[in-house]
Design a protein around this ligand. Structure first.
Ligand code: SAM
Ligand code: SF4
Length: 459
């Protein structure tokens, strides 16, 4: 038994239901933005999938809370896969070592830089760097070299300003080293929090050790990494179990380190080449259930960013933005070399193949502010300091201005003519709508700096 996940407790809550007035009470409590208990979370997850009236109340509450805390901004990023060699055998993944008929590539540092430059060319400022778990090719020396090289690259007016990392878990010593490279968030998905099932899904390699993975975020935080990102991989077992376990994990970090996870990701298993399991999932998740769990997470951990990738379709992504998602990937490739030669096999099939420009245009049309902001971690607003600003609602001050300034950069440097026109009109409208005169002037000043040719302008 570990001190992070208590499966018995989760199982005892799993089927707990609430009547209409109890649901109303939970939603009212959630809107106070202090979070809700595991039991209350279970009750929300157990709103029947066909109870449209109750679901609407849940979705409306999530939307309201999201707008209160995050306003309209949506942060954008792109994944960069450096290698699809892997020594593990995760049953759902195309990169598993027994998947013999795929095209594998380990990018050299120079090739990674080319990928990063292609991503910069699209207008991105933030990436998540991923590799298979392969100690021969992709050790820490390799990560250090490629991060250093990426941070020193510039394409046109832009550069990558934040590199988040999603690689196999490390020892405390190695996490300290990783931290010294200037990472943003360290992300790692537990995949499934059910220990027995975890062993079946991860039959070989270092990843078969459940505890080593589960305790990774404790080691990361002890090593001084302030922002960590957690998540399950939905599709292996009951989504309610995984959602409650994710919250238990978040609560553990919050209690022990006085700072919960910076982000929670909500990936679902998608079709992966040569992987029958990915097409015959034991616990596929319907879209209604997916919406329900995102809305519930939003209410349960109001200050944690929720990340959604291009695994999902454009239509569903649109709906989920309203329910609590605060960060999305766009224009993504999930194979090493995908942004340049696109030869290697993808980790899974994408649900959204639109370009970054198309996604930005849609966000603007739907009244969301696309943001390329990377200011917080560069200004030291990370970990507990970030949460201390986020909780009383003070972080919004920075976010709105930075979102408008970085959107301005994107529009002027990378956007198509139509997107540029729509986006610049949005910026003017948003500045007009700021009520606080000080904040209005601040936003005007920063956006004008960008319009006058300055870049990387932030507060
Ligand atoms: N190899 C490392 C690991 O597993 O932690 C680093 C990241 S791996 C490239 C990124 C994530 O992709 C995994 O943690 C897993 O959750 C997800 N993944 C694997 N196969 C997938 C599939 N078929 N569909 C969707 N996501 C998948
Ligand atoms: Fe390797 Fe990660 Fe894929 Fe597992 S999920 S096979 S560890 S790349």
């Amino acid at each position: 038994m570990n001190e992070i996940i208590n499966e018995e407790q989760i199982n005892s809550l799993l089927d707990i239901k609430a009547n209409e007035s109890q649901i109303n009470e939970i939603l009212n409590k959630a809107l106070l933005m202090k979070g809700i208990s595991l039991e209350e979370t279970a009750k929300l997850l157990n709103i029947p999938d066909n109870n449209e009236e109750e679901l609407k109340k849940l979705f409306d509450a999530a939307k309201l809370l999201k707008e209160k805390i995050y306003g309209k901004r949506i942060v954008l990023f792109a994944p960069l896969y450096a290698s699809n060699y892997c020594s593990n055998n995760c049953v759902y993944c195309a990169f598993r070592r027994d998947n013999k008929n795929i095209k594998r590539i380990h990018l050299t540092p120079a090739q990674v830089v080319e990928e990063a430059r292609a991503i910069m060319q699209l207008g991105h400022k933030r990436i998540v760097l991923l590799t298979g778990e392969d100690y021969i090719h992709s050790g820490l020396d390799y990560i250090e070299e490629i991060m250093d090289r990426i941070y020193h690259e510039k394409v046109f007016n832009g550069e990558i300003r934040r590199i988040n990392i999603n690689i196999a878990p490390l020892s405390i010593e190695d996490f300290k080293r990783l931290n010294s490279f200037g990472i943003g968030t360290y992300q790692l998905f537990q995949e499934t929090y059910k220990k027995d099932l975890y062993s079946k899904m991860h039959p070989a390699g270092k990843k078969s050790n459940y505890e080593w993975r589960l305790e990774a975020m404790d080691r990361a935080m002890e090593a001084g990494i302030s922002d960590v990102g957690i998540g399950p991989l939905f599709g292996m077992t009951d989504y309610r179990f995984e959602t409650l376990a994710t919250l238990m994990h978040a609560n553990h970090l919050d209690q022990k380190y006085k700072c919960g996870p910076h982000t929670i990701s909500v990936p679902r298993i998608e079709h992966a080449q040569g992987v029958d399991f990915s097409d015959n999932l034991p616990a596929p998740l319907t879209n209604i259930q997916f919406k329900k769990l995102v809305a519930t997470l939003r209410l349960a951990v109001p200050y944690t960013g929720i990340i959604m990738s291009t695994r999902e379709t454009p239509a569903l992504r649109r709906e989920l933005l309203d329910l609590g998602i605060s960060q999305i990937s766009a224009g993504s490739k999930v194979n090493p070399g995908g942004y340049t030669d696109n030869i290697a096999t993808e980790q899974f099939e994408l649900g959204d193949n639109r370009t970054l420009d198309e996604v930005i245009r849609e966000l603007v049309d739907n009244n969301f502010i696309p943001s390329f902001c990377t200011a917080c971690y560069r200004s030291g607003r990370v970990g507990k300091d970030f949460m201390d600003l986020a909780k009383p609602g003070l972080i919004k001050r920075f976010c709105n201005t930075n979102a408008l300034a970085t959107l301005g950069e994107y529009l002027l440097d990378y956007a198509s003519e139509d997107t540029k026109k729509a986006g610049l009109a949005m910026i003017d409208k948003e500045i007009d709508a700021i009520e606080d005169p000080k904040l209005k002037n601040l936003a005007k000043e920063k956006v004008n700096l960008v319009k006058n040719g300055n870049r990387d302008v932030y507060v």
